[in-house]
Design a protein around this ligand. Structure first.
Ligand code: HEC
Length: 167
């Protein structure tokens, strides 16, 4: 009985102590809580304001980087196609009509002359085929020296076609 009494008393004491501690701990953060939010926005503002110049340049750097990434693959397919046209060396042949036909005005020609004497409509499919399988239909007046670009990813061919269509 004594031990039970002692147990229950000690439990009571613990309960009381912890009960006292709880309001104490609850009471303690309560005045602190309004302090923290006060401090945090102030610190945040303090960091933000002087950083305003530095932070202004830091976020300015981030968009610059993303713009650089974006410029590697521009928003419009025509622009990207132009880059790819240079990148893949198309321009080295197609800027000299002694070597390869200039592609300006090719798209949409109703009767584009081929080496075999026939004509074809220079539509999107023809341009695409000319890139992937250049010897399938050879343009009149030129030897079939263009290498195949069938290894290019579809998106790149799409962009090149879009660029050539825009010429
Ligand atoms: C080594 C030189 C060379 C390179 C590099 C080259 N081409 Fe050509 N291309 C030619 C020649 C020559 C022709 C004409 C003969 C033929 O149709 O195969 C031609 C034809 C074409 C045609 C059809 C033109 C027409 O008037 O019917 C298209 C479109 C074309 N090339 C696109 C490209 C693209 C896009 C690239 C780069 C991915 C490229 N070429 C790279 C030499 C080249």
């Amino acid at each position: 009985m004594r031990s039970l009494y002692t147990l229950s008393m000690s439990l009571l004491v613990i309960a009381l102590l912890s009960g006292c501690q709880r309001p104490a701990t609850v009471g303690a953060p309560e005045p602190q809580l309004p302090n923290y939010p006060d401090n945090i926005p102030l610190r945040a503002r303090g960091l933000g304001l002087p950083g305003g110049g530095a932070a202004g340049s830091a976020p300015a750097n981030e968009p610059t980087q993303s713009t650089q990434v974006a410029s590697a693959k521009p928003a419009s397919p025509e622009e990207w196609g132009k880059q790819l046209f240079n990148q893949h060396g198309c321009v080295s042949c197609h800027s000299n009509k002694q070597v390869a036909p200039l592609l300006e005005g090719l798209y949409g020609q109703a009767a584009h002359a081929l080496a075999n004497g026939s004509t074809i409509k220079a539509d999107e499919d023809y341009i695409r085929e000319s890139i992937i399988n250049p010897t399938a239909k050879v343009a009149k007046g030129y030897p079939p020296i263009m290498p195949s670009f069938s290894h290019l990813p579809k998106e790149e061919v799409d962009a090149l076609v879009a660029y050539i269509k825009s010429l």
